[in-house]
Design a protein around this ligand. Structure first.
Ligand SMILES: [Zn+2]
Length: 220
C-alpha cells in the first residue's frame, strides 16, 4: 500500500509527475478537479449535490469533497494505493483525511515563484497548430512566428504576469498551512522543482523508495 499526496504550485509540473508516478508504482492518480467533473457528468446523488455548488461558483463544503474522495479510494484500483492531486486543499479536508486514513508521504514540489512567473510569461503558443514555444528556453527560429506553420505566435491570457502572480498567491495562501501541518507531522519531503522533469521525478522516486526501505528495516 502506497498512499501519496502531491503539492506543487500551478505550472510546476505536478500533473506530469503524478502521471509518471502512477505508471511506475501502478497506483491511480486521483485529481480532485477531474473527480468533481466526473461525478457531475455521471449524475450520481453526490454529483447532483456538487453540481448545485459548482453552479453557484463555490467549490462545495469539505465534507462533500471528502465523501467524494473516500468513495473513490474505496474502489478496487486503489487497493495498492493512490496519489492524491489537488486534495486536501483546506485544513478541514486534511483533518477529515486523517480520520479516514494515514498517508505515507507528502511530496512538496518547491519552485521559486520568480522562475514560474518567468516560465509562464515567456510562453508563446501558435493559435493555428498549438505548438508551444518559450522566448527564453525554447525560442522560435523566427521571432514571433511558429516554426511549423509560420503563424504569428500569441500569449495566453492565463500566462499574463498579473494572472500568474495572482494564481501563485492564491496557492500560497491556501497551501502554506497544509505544508506546515504535514511538515510538523514529519511525513513531508521537499522536492527541488527546478531540477527538470527527470530530476524532479528521480527525487520523488528516491523519497518513495526510501520509505519502503525504512519499513523493511523496521520489520526485519
Ligand atoms: Zn503553428
Amino acid at each position: 500500500m502506497l498512499k501519496l499526496i502531491i503539492f506543487g504550485p500551478p505550472s510546476a509540473g505536478k500533473g506530469t509527475q503524478a502521471q509518471r508516478l502512477s505508471k511506475k508504482y501502478g497506483i491511480p492518480q486521483i485529481a480532485t478537479g477531474d473527480l468533481l467533473r466526473e461525478a457531475v457528468v455521471r449524475q450520481t446523488p453526490l454529483g447532483m449535490k456538487i453540481k448545485s455548488y459548482l453552479d453557484t461558483g463555490r467549490l462545495g463544503p469539505d465534507d462533500l469533497i471528502v465523501q467524494l474522495i473516500s468513495e473513490r479510494v474505496a474502489e478496487p484500483d486503489c487497493s495498492e494505493g493512490y496519489i492524491l492531486d489537488g486534495f486536501p486543499r483546506t485544513m478541514g479536508q486534511a483533518r477529515e483525511l486523517e480520520r479516514m486514513t494515514e498517508v505515507d508521504l507528502v511530496l512538496n514540489i518547491v519552485v521559486e515563484f520568480e522562475e514560474l512567473v518567468g516560465r509562464a510569461v515567456g510562453r508563446r503558443i501558435c493559435p493555428q497548430c498549438a505548438a508551444v514555444f518559450n522566448v527564453k528556453s525554447n525560442p522560435p527560429r523566427v521571432d514571433g512566428r511558429c516554426d511549423r506553420c509560420e503563424s504569428p505566435l500569441t500569449q495566453r491570457d492565463d500566462d499574463r504576469e498579473d494572472t500568474v502572480r495572482n494564481r501563485l498567491k492564491v496557492y500560497m495562501d491556501q497551501t502554506a498551512p497544509l505544508i506546515e501541518h504535514f511538515r510538523t507531522k514529519g511525513n513531508l519531503v521537499d522536492i527541488d522543482g527546478s531540477a527538470g522533469i527527470d530530476g524532479v521525478f528521480d527525487q520523488m522516486v528516491r523519497a518513495i523508495d526510501g520509505l519502503s526501505g525504512q519499513t523493511q528495516a523496521e520489520t526485519h
